[in-house]
Design a protein around this ligand. Structure first.
Ligand code: ASP
Length: 341
C-alpha cells in the first residue's frame, strides 16, 4: 500500500473557525482539530495532523506571528510533514501568504485558506476550501511552489493575489495573471509555474517590527500628513500614488524630503499593473518622484510593498539592497531570484 502524504493544518482563527457566541456575533472559536474533524474526506487525501497556532481575527495577526509560524512549519517538515495548510481570516490573507512565501525556502508547499461564510451559515465555504487546500498541500505538483492561496477551487500565487470583494465567495483574484491552477474532482491542476522564487532570511528576530507607514494619495492631497512621518518614529514609508505613479506637486516635495531620511517606496493605488518609469515629466510624475529618490515598487500594491520593506528592514538591508529587492520581486520576470540580504 502506498503511504499517504502527511499534511499538517495550522489554525489561526478567522471566519473559517468562527461561530456565533452569546452576543450574537461570530468570533474565532474552533481549533484545527475541530476543522479537520468536520471534513472526513480529508482522511482519503492525507494523513492529517492538526495544530492550533493562534485563535484570532486576521487583522490581529502580525509579521512576528508569521516568522514564528514559518519556524513551526519548518520543525513539522523536519519531522516528516510533506505539506502544510494554514487556516486564517481572509482579511489579511494576501499579506500573510506573501510574508510566508518570502520566509519559506523549503520544497514543501504551504497553502493558506479561509472562508467567507462561517460554519453556521448556509453555503459555508470553509470545508470545501480546507479540502481543496489539503489536496494541494498533499500533491507532488505543488512542491517547490512556495506558499499558495487556495480558495473557491482556485490556486493563486501570493505575489499576485488580492481580496477583491467584501463578501463574495470568489473574493480572491489575481488581477494581473489569474490563478495558476485549479481543483477538479479532488485533484489539483497546476497550469503555470513562477519563473523564480524569492527568499528573505530573517535571523536574530527581536520582539519589534520596524514601523513602516502606508499613505494613500487622493485628489488634492497637499501631503501635510507626511510632515509627521519622521516624528512618529516610522523608519520607512510606502506611498500609494494615483495611476501609474503620480502625486500632487506639494506631496512630491514632502516625499522628496522624506526619501533623504528613509526608504520611500512608490506604488499605485489602482490595484493592478506596473508603475511607469519614464513616461511623464510633470512635477509629481513618476520620473520626478524617482529623481527625488523614491524606490520603484514595480507591480506590488501598498500592503505588499509595506510588508516587503518591513522584512528588508528587519533583515537590516541597506538602501541598495532594498532597491535591488523591489526590482527583483516587484517586477516579476525581470530578473534573477532575490536571495539576500
Ligand atoms: N472576515 C474575516 C474572515 O474572513 C475576518 C478575519 O479576517 O479574521 O475571516
Amino acid at each position: 500500500m502506498v503511504e499517504q502524504p502527511r499534511v499538517a493544518v495550522f489554525s489561526t482563527g478567522g471566519t473559517i473557525a468562527s461561530i456565533p457566541g452569546a452576543g450574537g456575533g461570530a468570533s474565532p472559536t474552533l481549533t484545527a482539530e475541530d476543522l479537520v474533524r468536520a471534513v472526513p474526506q480529508l482522511g482519503e487525501v492525507a494523513k492529517m495532523e492538526a495544530v492550533r497556532f493562534r485563535q484570532v481575527a486576521s487583522p490581529e495577526l502580525t509579521l512576528l506571528d508569521m516568522i514564528e509560524l514559518a519556524e513551526t512549519i519548518k520543525r513539522a517538515v523536519a519531522d516528516g510533514v510533506t505539506g502544510a495548510v494554514v487556516t486564517q481570516g481572509t482579511d489579511t490573507l494576501e499579506e500573510t501568504s506573501f510574508a510566508l512565501d518570502l520566509l519559506w525556502d523549503g520544497e514543501e508547499p504551504i497553502v493558506l485558506t479561509g472562508a467567507m461564510r462561517h460554519p453556521d451559515l448556509p453555503g459555508a465555504d470553509g470545508p470545501a476550501n480546507l479540502l481543496g487546500s489539503v489536496v494541494v498541500a498533499a500533491s507532488p505538483a505543488a512542491r517547490g511552489l512556495g506558499s499558495l492561496v487556495v480558495f473557491n477551487d482556485e490556486v493563486h500565487l501570493p505575489l499576485f493575489v488580492r481580496k477583491t470583494h467584501t463578501t463574495n465567495l470568489a473574493t480572491f483574484r489575481s488581477p494581473l495573471t489569474g490563478p495558476i491552477g485549479w481543483i477538479i474532482e479532488s485533484r489539483v491542476r497546476i497550469a503555470l509555474r513562477p519563473a523564480v522564487r524569492h527568499h528573505i532570511m530573517i535571523s536574530n528576530v527581536g520582539n519589534t517590527v520596524p514601523p513602516v507607514a502606508l499613505v494613500k494619495t487622493t485628489l488634492g492631497d497637499d501631503g501635510r500628513a507626511l510632515g509627521s512621518i519622521s516624528a512618529l518614529g516610522y523608519l520607512g514609508l510606502v506611498v500609494e500614488a494615483t495611476g501609474a505613479g503620480h502625486v500632487p506637486r506639494s506631496m512630491a516635495e514632502h516625499l522628496g524630503t522624506l526619501a533623504r531620511k528613509m526608504p520611500v517606496v512608490l506604488t499605485s493605488r489602482t490595484g493592478s499593473g506596473e508603475l511607469l518609469h519614464a513616461t511623464y515629466g510633470f512635477s509629481g510624475s513618476e520620473t520626478d518622484l524617482l529623481k527625488r529618490g523614491l524606490i520603484h515598487g514595480g507591480m506590488l500594491d501598498g500592503p505588499k510593498a509595506k510588508l516587503l520593506l518591513t522584512l528588508l528592514l528587519m533583515a537590516e538591508a541597506g538602501h541598495e539592497t532594498i532597491v535591488e529587492a523591489f526590482a527583483a520581486i516587484g517586477v516579476p520576470g525581470c530578473g534573477a531570484a532575490f536571495r539576500g540580504p
